[in-house]
Ligand binder design. Structure first.
Ligand SMILES: [Zn+2]
Length: 392
């Protein structure tokens, strides 16, 4: 059998950097055979400039919103952003499908091998059955009025069944604390067992204000959407405390955005999570800058040693679907984070959160994680000029 052999300035394994004396060996299809010393690698070693890494994981996207690229203005704040998405997402189906295909092609080119993708409908199924990228499909449900729980559940369950029919991995997940009633939580909670689930968490400070005081900008959103919020009684607790225990049977929980998460929320998670459960904090910095012009408290997450992962969110709130661009944005803000740490977030951490670590996220023997080259690095650091070249 003919092997493929790669060597570069640095080899990132998914966990750590190895020096340029190491050669990555794969079969023709990209299955990892071994990492060996250059002296034992024989001929035909491809010598490259930059960092070799496993393919990247985009833990949060909405592929079905790809047609909204450049359609939603920046810095509107979350309430007006959500309102615009809800009211402006309907386009002719052929335009939506063409945008989905373009967006997936962009992700492949940008070295992304797996995506945690939010789906409200089954529109993306026809693209996903091509299996160019691995997807964990999160069939997202919302419904704030208690009396619409049954109708909403049946609709999303039908979409979920479409994914299952084509053997696409899927789970039913809540949209956010402020859009799912207790009745709806009761319907979906029994379905979480063993799954990866996700929720948009603390994307605006108004989430906590709503749950503690029954006030704030989300009340304005209910009024704008003509939703009668008079039934809602504030819980006196924060947003995260209001729902987190509902996830107790899930194998993996991805909290997305976390722009306004505080130490007390992390403490609550540590006290209430199951021992064998993985809780991940997904950062989508470019979307946060686009919508709220704010960044999550990354130093707080680092201090607490939580599982950090990265996402692009959708093209409705980002100019590209490119995990490397998310890294660059954080690096600009916190230059002391090293590249090894960033690449861990973008590879093995994300693969674990999506329960795909048996195949993806690192160069362990037998995996097929994709192989990428990060070019234009300087002194082991990603730079503004860095870009991805796909090797496998
Ligand atoms: Zn999102």
């Amino acid at each position: 059998m003919r092997y493929r052999k790669f060597k570069a300035d640095l080899l990132f394994t998914g966990e750590k950097f190895l020096s340029n004396e190491n050669v990555l060996i794969t079969d023709q299809a990209g299955k990892i055979i071994n990492i060996i010393n250059v002296n034992e690698a024989g001929e035909d070693v491809q010598v490259l400039k930059g960092i070799i890494s496993p393919g990247l994981i985009n833990a949060h996207c909405h592929l079905e919103l790809s047609h909204l690229k450049n359609k939603i203005p920046e810095s509107t704040g979350l309430v007006d952003f959500v309102f615009k998405i809800v009211s402006e997402r309907y386009f002719p189906e052929d335009e939506i499908l063409a945008a989905i295909e373009r967006a997936e092609t962009e992700m492949v080119k940008n070295g992304i091998v797996a995506v945690g993708d939010i789906c409200n409908y089954s529109t993306t199924v026809s693209q996903k059955i091509k299996r160019n990228i691995g997807y964990y499909n999160f069939i997202e449900i919302s419904g704030w009025l208690p009396e619409i729980a049954d109708v909403r559940f049946e609709k999303r369950k039908a979409a979920f069944d479409e994914f299952e029919k084509d053997n696409l991995t899927a789970s039913i997940v809540p949209h956010a604390s402020y859009s799912v009633s207790e009745n709806l939580w009761k319907k979906i909670t029994p379905l979480f067992s063993g799954k990866t689930v996700t929720i948009h968490n603390q994307e605006t400070p108004d989430e906590d204000i709503l749950f503690k005081e029954g006030k704030g900008d989300l009340v304005r959103m209910f009024e704008k959407m003509k939703i009668d919020n008079s039934f809602f009684q504030p819980k006196k607790t924060g947003s995260l405390e209001s729902y987190f225990r509902n996830f107790s049977s899930a194998a993996s929980v991805i909290l997305v955005h976390n722009t306004f998460t505080q130490q007390q929320d992390i403490n609550f998670i540590n006290q209430n999570k199951n021992e064998d459960q993985l809780i991940s904090f997904c950062l989508c910095p470019n979307a946060n800058l686009y919508i709220e012009n704010a960044l999550p408290p990354i130093n707080l997450f680092l201090k607490n040693h939580v599982n950090i992962i990265l996402g692009t969110d959708s093209l409705a709130s980002n100019h590209q679907l490119d995990i490397l661009e998310e890294i660059k944005t954080i690096q600009k803000k916190i230059p002391e984070i090293n590249t090894e740490t960033f690449l861990k977030w973008a590879t093995i951490n994300g693969a674990r959160a999506l329960q795909m670590e048996d195949k993806l996220g690192s160069f362990d023997k037998g995996k097929e994680p994709g192989v990428i080259l990060i070019e234009n690095v300087a002194e082991e650091k990603i730079t503004a000029q860095s870009k991805i070249k796909r090797l496998i």
